[in-house]
Design a binder for this molecule. Structure first.
Ligand SMILES: Nc1ncnc2c1ncn2[C@@H]1O[C@H](COP(=O)(O)OP(=O)(O)OP(=O)(O)O)[C@@H](O)[C@H]1O
Ligand SMILES: [Mg+2]
Length: 331
C-alpha cells in the first residue's frame, strides 16, 4: 500500500541529537498523579523510518508517556520533542504532524465510517477536494470499504480499531503514536496492521507503538524500549535478527537419543523443563546455532541419526528475553 506522507514536518523544530533530524526524543520526562510518579525521568528516542516498540508491565507509564507526546497531558518535568517540536509549547504544530491512536476511544455513533473520516479530515483542514479520495484510499487500505456507509455504532471492536487507525493516518502524519493498536484485532488484521506500520516506516514515518504481544512486536519493530516503574530499563536493537546466533528449541519423542546426538556433535544445550518440571522420555532442549543454515544442517543430521524429532522451532524471542530480564522484580 502507499499512503502519501509529507516530505518533512512544518515549523522550525530543533534538530534532534540522535539518529536524525526528526522523530521522537524524550529526556527525563516526569509526570505524577498525586503521590504516584507514573513516568519518572524517562528517556526514549524513536527514529524516523523505524518502528519502535514501547513495552513494559501494566502500570509502567506507557500510556502516560504517549499522552504527553500526543499533547494531551502536560509533563511535570523533562524535555519532549515530536518531529523536533515541543508538545508543551507548540501543541497545534505537533498535532499537525502527529497521528495518535489511543487504546480506547469513543466514536460518533450516528455518523457513518465515511462521515467520521470526512469530519476528521475537515478538522485537520485538509483541502476539501482531496478529502473523499483520501477517505476512499484509507478505507480500502484498512479494509473498511464494505463498512464505509454503515453507522460507526455497528462496528465490532476490531473494526473500530481499524477506524481508529484510519483516523490516526488521515493527515499523513510523519510521527505515529499507537497505544495497543492490535488489541481486539483478528489474526489477519494483525498481520495487515504490521504490514501497514512497516510500509509507513519505509516511507520515513516515525512509529512508536505500545503492545503486550511481544512476538508480534519483535517481527515488526526495529527497536524496543522497555519501561518499568516509569523509567527506561532497557533498549533493544532488533534489526540484527537473523544475523546473530539464535536459540532453537528441539523437541523429541526420545529425549535420550536427542541428548546423545547433541553430545556427539559437541553441542551444548539447555533442557526445557517439561510440564512437571522434569526431563521425561519426551524432551525439549534449546541449542544456540550460528545461523539458519546451521539449524537446517542439524535437523538433517538428527533425522539421519533416527532421532524422533517432532519439533524444531526458534527459541524464546529476543524481545521476550530482554523484557523478562529487564522487568524482573519490577512489577
Ligand atoms: N489519570 C490518572 N490519575 C491517576 N493515576 C493515573 C492516571 N493515569 C494513569 N495513572 C497511574 O499511572 C500509572 C501508569 O499508568 P499507565 O496507564 O501509563 O500505564 P501503562 O504502562 O499504559 O499500563 P498498561 O500496560 O496497563 O496499559 C498507573 O499506576 C496508573 O494507575
Ligand atoms: Mg496503557
Amino acid at each position: 500500500m502507499s499512503l502519501a506522507l509529507p516530505t518533512g514536518p512544518p515549523g522550525d523544530g530543533t534538530a534532534g541529537t540522535d539518529g536524525g533530524p526528526w522523530g521522537i526524543e524524550v529526556r527525563g520526562a516526569t509526570r505524577s498523579f498525586g503521590a504516584l510518579r507514573a513516568v519518572d525521568g524517562l528517556d526514549l528516542v524513536a527514529r524516523p523510518g523505524e518502528v519502535t516498540a514501547l513495552v513494559g508491565p501494566n502500570g509502567s507509564g506507557k500510556t502516560t508517556l504517549l499522552l504527553m507526546l500526543a499533547t494531551l497531558l502536560t509533563p511535570d518535568a523533562g524535555q519532549l520533542r515530536v518531529g523536533g517540536l515541543d508538545p508543551v509549547s507548540r501543541p497545534r504544530d505537533v498535532r499537525r504532524i502527529m497521528g495518535w491512536m489511543p487504546d480506547g476511544f469513543g466514536t460518533w455513533d450516528a455518523l457513518t465510517v465515511r462521515e467520521v473520516l470526512l469530519t476528521i479530515a475537515a478538522a485537520y483542514r485538509l483541502p476539501a477536494a482531496s478529502r473523499p479520495g483520501l477517505v476512499d484510499e484509507l478505507t480500502r487500505t484498512l479494509h473498511l470499504d464494505d463498512l464505509a456507509d454503515r453507522p460507526a455504532r455497528v462496528l465490532s471492536r476490531g473494526q473500530k480499531q481499524r477506524l481508529g487507525m484510519a483516523r490516526a493516518l488521515i493527515h499523513s502524519p510523519s510521527v505515529l503514536l499507537l497505544d495497543e493498536p492490535a488489541s481486539g484485532l483478528d489474526p489477519r488484521s494483525r498481520i495487515e496492521l504490521r504490514d501497514v506500520l512497516r510500509a509507513l516506516a519505509t516511507q520515513g514515518t516515525t512509529v512508536l507503538v505500545s503492545s503486550h504481544i511481544l512476538t508480534e512486536l519483535e517481527e515488526m519493530s526495529d527497536r524496543a524500549v522497555v519501561v518499568a516503574g516509569g523509567k527506561t530499563v532497557a533498549t533493544e536493537d532488533l534489526r540484527t535478527r537473523g544475523t546473530q546466533a539464535q536459540w532453537w528449541r528441539i523437541t523429541s519423542l526420545d529425549a535420550d537419543a536427542l541428548r546423545q546426538a547433541l553430545h556427539r556433535r559437541d553441542l551444548e544445550y539447555t533442557v526445557v523443563p517439561g510440564p512437571e518440571g522434569q526431563w521425561s522420555t519426551r524432551g525439549a532442549v534449546e541449542v544456540q546455532l550460528a545461523d539458519e543454515l546451521s539449524a537446517a544442517n542439524l535437523l538433517d543430521a538428527l533425522v539421519r541419526d533416527a532421532v524422533p524429532v517432532f519439533g524444531f522451532t526458534p527459541g524464546q524471542g529476543r524481545l521476550e528475553a530482554a523484557y523478562l530480564a529487564a522487568t524482573q522484580e519490577r512489577r
